[in-house]
Design a protein around this ligand. Structure first.
Ligand code: HEC
Ligand code: HEC
Length: 374
């Protein structure tokens, strides 16, 4: 199953197309004896490693398909679901799935009529303020699967199978899909699928389903001196920047991306310029001139590998301070190391080059580290 489907409940379009595409190319490959011979000759790694055990595959293979294959046996009532929801979900999504605080509402915007027709009428209204999860959802398996692998946000995969059924039943009840005394289980999921408000709402974009159709992106093949028609930058407008506190402090500790430090104006040059233009357009004074080394380090993702005081993938910045204390070439060495990367000083993992980093920023970072990273 495609990666995009596993990660996001709302990524409807990408699922089946890439699965089919993959199957098609695998089939071609297997049918072609020449390709097989070539592959055998050029695969030195076939001698390495071992096949995954059944238990390993089982732990990894948790996806639930649109036809409900993969669904584990279990059941959960709306009543239990309400308990689980209150304890583990309502703090972020609101008691009735209505909260707009950390994410768009889970429930709302669907009607009894939609349950009959299988199409959510409000999706067609441009004046309707929100698209909730229940408005967009077209396959029940996706809701179950998403909760099972990703929620609660702060402790994913901590729910028991029956709790996933229960909390899914509770959401369905809030959307009037099932009655209050309902118990959802692996055998009645397919039946309930027939009552999902937006079950007929999927669209097949031709470019995603047929290789000869018009693709959804336009472009030319180009390897050098390519035309750039527009610089793309993404910014938070100043008034929205700190709406939910500092995003940098609210992320889970897995995965490579960290939230921006929203307590300060953005630190990277393109973003500052974009923000300056934005605020100028809004007729406001430009306040985006605070530039601290720490905010550069955060924006450049240095902190994904370096703690100020703690060794992570690379040494802590304070350890680097100590190491270069008595070295009068230190600034030049660190500027070069920060921009060009390198290895061998702190262990076997090298530091990657940072070609996106301006030379001014590299100097600010080097100075800051040598001054004790405070
Ligand atoms: C700490 C806050 C937090 C808690 C607690 C939490 N969620 Fe979420 N939930 C989020 C965030 C943030 C997202 C959006 C994640 C994303 O898009 O990557 C989300 C997304 C979802 C979605 C997908 C919505 C969509 O349209 O894509 C569902 C369904 C959901 N949560 C259900 C639950 C359930 C059920 C629980 C309790 C077991 C729960 N959440 C607990 C923060 C939370
Ligand atoms: C992907 C992980 C990673 C990222 C991102 C990263 N570093 Fe490093 N960094 C390392 C590793 C690993 C080392 C140790 C390399 C070695 O042995 O010399 C290192 C070493 C260093 C050193 C010590 C240099 C020396 O000669 O002792 C400095 C200073 C440094 N990094 C600064 C930065 C800054 C500033 C950034 C952000 C612009 C950054 N690093 C981003 C992994 C990373």
């Amino acid at each position: 199953m495609s990666k995009c489907h596993k990660q996001q409940a709302a990524a409807w379009a990408c699922l089946s197309r890439s699965t089919l595409g993959l199957l098609a190319s695998v089939a071609l490959f297997i049918l072609n004896p020449l390709a097989q011979t070539l592959a055998a000759q050029t695969k030195p790694w076939t001698q390495i490693g071992r096949a995954a055990t059944e238990a390993e595959v089982k732990a990894w293979d948790i996806d639930v398909r649109a036809d409900f294959s993969g669904l584990p046996k279990g059941s959960g009532s709306v009543a239990l679901g309400e308990e689980v929801w209150e304890a583990k979900c309502s703090s972020c999504h609101g008691s009735f799935g209505e909260s707009n605080d950390v994410f768009t509402p889970i429930v709302g915007g669907t009607t009894k009529k939609d349950i009959e027709t299988g199409l959510v009428a409000n999706l067609k209204r441009s004046d309707f303020p929100q698209r909730t999860t229940m408005m967009k959802l077209s396959t029940l398996s996706t809701l179950w699967d998403y909760i099972n692998r990703a929620m609660p946000w702060n402790a994913p995969k901590s729910l028991k199978v029956d709790e996933v059924y229960a909390v899914t039943a509770y959401i369905l009840h809030l959307a009037d899909v099932v009655p209050a005394e309902f118990t959802l289980n692996d055998r009645n999921m397919a039946e309930i699928q027939k009552r999902i408000p937006n079950r007929e709402g999927k669209v097949r974009f031709n470019g995603l389903w047929d290789v000869r159709a018009k693709p959804d992106v336009q472009g030319e093949l180009c390897m050098r001196d390519c035309k750039v028609s527009a610089e793309v930058a993404s910014i938070l407008p100043e008034h929205a920047r700190n709406a939910h506190g500092n995003l940098a402090e609210q992320n889970r500790f897995i995965g490579p991306s960290r939230g921006a430090d929203t307590s300060k104006p953005p630190s990277s040059e393109p973003l500052r310029l974009a923000l300056a233009t934005e605020t100028a357009h809004a007729g406001k004074a430009v306040t985006a001139n605070i530039k601290t080394a720490l905010s550069i380090a955060k924006a450049q993702n240095c902190l994904a590998c370096h703690g100020v005081e703690q060794k992570l993938v690379g040494p802590s910045f304070r350890d680097v301070t100590a190491r270069y204390k008595a070295n009068d070439q230190a600034e030049a060495i660190l500027i070069s190391k920060i921009s060009q990367g390198g290895g061998g000083n702190w262990g076997s993992i090298p530091m990657p080059a940072q070609p996106q980093l301006g030379s001014d920023d590299a100097r600010i970072l080097a100075r800051w580290i040598l001054d004790g990273a405070k």
